[in-house]
Write a protein that binds this ligand. Structure first.
Ligand SMILES: C[S@@+](CC[C@H](N)C(=O)[O-])C[C@H]1O[C@@H](n2cnc3c(N)ncnc32)[C@H](O)[C@@H]1O
Length: 254
């Protein structure tokens, strides 16, 4: 008997009319992190056969769009495209269909597995990078992101790439993921649109002081709070935590 036939979530999906057991992963992740809400516009990358699309549609009730290399059997109220998420033209096609920005981008895209850990890991990271690049173009400010990756030595580097783009980032393995699976999901909430990113270095002039007494520099019209400085100081700073409307930075050199 194939492993699938014995699997609890596989049987549950059959009984409840979901196209894939992975539907429960999205249900569980969303139950915990509330990425998709009523009315959310959702773009699902690597969406075939459509389990996540069914779940996304039932939570949101709004515009839901799925993209995959493979054709997706129609789902009422869901728009689907055949496309490659590593091709930048796919982003244009998605934007055309959406007619605006998305509230949530989710990606369960996975490469065909070779069984060679390093190869599968690096192909999965490539797909996750394409998903992130798309999310950066498609998502509205404050929007949410969910992506699957296979664990390996490039995981932390990729996690940090997501951290630069979102206000809150977590990694999580839902109960519905098989225990032996190498997959893990990264959740990015609150898409940042600030012109600065954590870790960047700038030479700035402190032009004012906030109510806390810390100096404030403006970078492309964006306020950066620099502890221990005052108006008139010229300093080299490293950007720390980035919030939606301001960032913190620490002084490297006065
Ligand atoms: C695990 S399945 C997705 C299952 C889906 N979340 C569901 O619930 O039905 C992974 C999908 O990623 C798709 N995929 C892999 N590479 C892709 C690419 N470059 N562009 C679009 N889809 C891709 C595969 O065709 C496959 O259907």
């Amino acid at each position: 008997m194939a492993r699938n036939q014995k699997d609890h979530y596989y049987r549950k999906a059959k009984e409840e009319g979901f196209r894939a057991r992975s539907a429960y992963k999205l249900e569980q992740i969303n139950g915990k992190f509330h990425l998709i809400r009523k009315g959310s516009r959702v773009v699902d990358l690597g969406a075939a056969p459509g389990g996540w699309l069914q779940v996304a549609k039932s939570i949101s009730g709004g515009q839901v769009l799925g993209v995959d290399l493979a054709e997706i059997e129609p789902i009422p109220g869901v728009f689907t495209l055949v496309g490659d998420i590593t091709d930048p033209q796919t982003t244009d096609r998605i934007m055309e269909v959406l007619g605006g920005e998305a509230d949530v981008v989710i990606s369960d895209a996975a490469p065909n597995l070779t069984g060679i850990w390093d190869v599968d890991h690096s192909r999965s990271i490539d797909l996750a990078r394409s998903a992130l690049a798309m999310a950066k173009q498609i998502l509205k400010p404050g929007g949410n992101f969910l992506v699957k990756v296979f664990q390996g030595d490039m995981f932390i580097e990729y996690l940090n790439e997501v951290r630069r783009e979102f206000g809150l980032v977590r990694s999580h393995s839902p109960d519905a993921s098989r225990k032996e699976s190498a997959e893990i999901y990264i959740i990015g909430k609150k898409r940042l649109t600030a012109p600065v990113r954590s870790g960047e270095v700038y030479d700035v002039e402190i032009t004012s002081e906030g109510s806390s007494g810390d100096g404030i520099a403006m970078i492309q019209g964006f306020a950066v709070i620099v502890k221990g400085t005052q108006a008139g100081d010229r300093v080299r700073v490293r950007i720390g935590q980035v919030k939606r409307n301001f960032a913190f930075a620490s002084v490297l050199e006065k």
